[in-house]
Design a protein around this ligand. Structure first.
Ligand code: CS2
Ligand code: MG
Length: 408
């Protein structure tokens, strides 16, 4: 069996999805996601210029060797763009293999450990009342877990994860217009004074059963994060996400020494070498890598297995940073992984998105159920794809009140 060709598509409804389609001499094709917010044309170029010519003629069933060929073969290893490109290839090859076996992909991983995988939604409010409405909206729909982000009184601009304007947004999507980023102003002191009380009110309003998650988006220094974590302990958060910048693995030690709040980190990691110490030293509770950004199923499964040895559970990234192809790959890992925790899931299911990526995967009562279609269980409609093209966009940047650039 041989790979005969591969194509890269960029675009989608309101989103620059980067989609890889690998074709074979047996008529079976595989699909992978190489979307990366704000740098989409670069992964597309990496795939087109380097990866695709190297794929032609290879046996698609040897996904491990192909992974090693790209990873070890690239003398300058790792990095988000390369790992994402390898991830797209890898997911497409698993898609092919599972289609060949005529099985849903999770069967090749070891079958189902659970029927549905717990997901969490994003609630957002420009103020606390607005946020309460947003949480109630998801609870009514059957979600058992919700990430809560709240506007901070006195903060000069909407802080991370908070939609501008009251009541209009139930599904926070980062503003993406233009290649020059929007700038947000961040004030740590205002946040630290306000947010613990707001979280306590949310717990009081929604009772003990709701799983409440909160994302700090790398904004605190280690000492501040330790203080914050200690203060929110009585809220019994399901997790506190990215309390400090993810590049400093030691930062989490201080938080651990002062608090038992579960820590989740990793949406910006792209390899096991970004998180092996964190996991082995048991400084985190949830690993947040995305399957596509972290080298595909082959590599994300290695991270998952290492995490499992150290009581760390998965909480794969699922913001609208990924196409339904990555979300499906994660869905298959989630039903299998013995150390599955939770899956971030924003309903992408607009009619336009469903037309581009048709699938039978479904969300029901706060749980994600993978379909039993062979492979990943997601199609790609090329006629639909022809309607879209790349729209330049960028994630915002954050500055402190005095103008100092901060962590977005
Ligand atoms: C976020 C992301 O989902 C999350 O937890 O931190 O939305 C993140 O801001 C985006 O993925 C950036 O592309
Ligand atoms: Mg996050």
């Amino acid at each position: 069996m041989k790979i005969t060709d591969a194509k890269v598509f960029v675009g989608g409804p309101g989103k620059n999805y980067v989609t890889l389609k690998i074709m074979t001499d047996q008529g079976i094709y595989g699909l992978g996601d190489a979307t990366i917010n704000g740098r989409e044309t670069l992964t597309a170029a990496y795939l087109r210029d380097y990866i695709v010519p190297n794929l032609i003629g290879k046996d698609p069933r040897n996904s491990e060797d192909i992974w090693q060929f790209f990873y070890r073969g690239a003398y300058f290893r790792r990095g988000p763009l390369a790992m994402l490109a390898f991830g797209a290839v890898d997911v497409a090859l698993w898609d092919i293999k599972a289609k060949l076996a005529n099985m849903p992909l999770y069967q090749l991983l070891g079958g189902k450990s659970r029927e549905g995988a717990l997901v969490y939604a994003h609630a957002t409010g420009s103020d606390l009342e607005d946020l309460m409405d947003s949480i109630a909206f998801y609870v009514e729909q059957g979600y058992k877990a919700v990430r809560v982000q709240c506007g901070i009184p006195g903060m000069p601009s909407a802080s991370y994860g908070v939609a501008e304007g009251k009541g209009k947004n139930r599904n926070y999507i980062t503003d993406f217009s233009g290649i020059i980023p929007k700038e947000e102003i961040w004030d740590t002191d205002l946040y630290m004074r306000y947010m613990p009380g707001a979280l306590a009110e949310i717990r009081a309003r929604f009772g003990p059963d709701l799983k409440i998650l909160h994302d700090v988006h790398h904004r605190l220094l280690p000492r501040e994060a330790a203080e914050f974590a200690k203060e929110v302990e009585p809220v019994r958060l399901y997790w506190l996400e990215d309390p400090t910048p993810a590049d400093d693995q030691d930062a989490l030690r201080l938080i651990r020494q002062h608090s038992t709040v579960p820590i989740a980190i990793g949406e910006v990691f792209n390899s096991i070498w970004d998180c092996n110490k964190l996991i082995e030293n048991e400084l985190i509770d949830f690993i947040r890598v995305a399957v596509s950004h972290a080298g595909g199923i082959t590599h994300a499964r290695r991270i998952t297995d290492l995490a499992g040895l150290h009581n760390v559970r998965t909480g794969f990234h699922g913001a609208p940073s990924h196409s339904p192809l990555c979300m499906a790959a994660q869905g298959h890992l989630n039903v299998w992984a013995p150390n599955f925790g939770i899956q971030e899931y924003l309903v992408l299911g607009t009619p336009e998105c469903d037309a581009l990526f048709p699938s039978e995967h479904r969300l029901e009562n706060g749980l994600f159920h993978v379909s039993d279609a062979p492979g990943l269980g997601v199609g790609f409609n090329e006629e639909e794809a022809a309607r879209y093209s790349y729209e330049p966009g960028s994630l915002p940047v954050a500055r402190l009140q005095d103008g100092t650039l901060w962590n977005y």
